[in-house]
Design a protein around this ligand. Sequence first.
Ligand SMILES: [Fe+2]
Length: 167
Amino acid sequence: MAHSSMQTVAKEVPVETGVDRKDRRELAKMLTKIVGSSHVLYAKVRGVHWNVVGPAFYSLHNMTEEHYEDLNTAIDDMAERIRAIGFTAPTGLSEMMENSSIKDQTKLLSTEDMVKELVEDHEKMARLLRDGVAAAEDVDDVKTADMLTERIGVHEEAAWMLRATIS
Ligand SMILES: [Fe+2]
């Protein structure tokens, strides 16, 4: 038996919390880029977690676990923010990858090279988030600005920890 709730599809909804539709739409696009980039980074961090070898095995294995668990939570919060400001969140991996500024890891490199790449990726995330904060502040979306500001520090800290581990 067809149930009406099974036929509903998420769509844009009107939100009247003080940010214009046009501005919310731009923020949703920006959040989608951040969510897509975070998702690709999440997959790369797990790749290092699984494939790490060498003297820093134990610290890198555990550190990457903390990092991907944090990314998991953050991806969820930011995708849900897209819904809260009225728009639809990414539906799957293709949309995540199309919106990612982080390049996928398509082949296995040395642990050191993969960690170096993660350092650059975390720094790229910090820059992307900084642009996001500026865009959110421009339209007085303080909640989104607040959420993204916190993320900048997390990525800066991750870059520092990873860099220190291989130096
Ligand atoms: Fe694990």
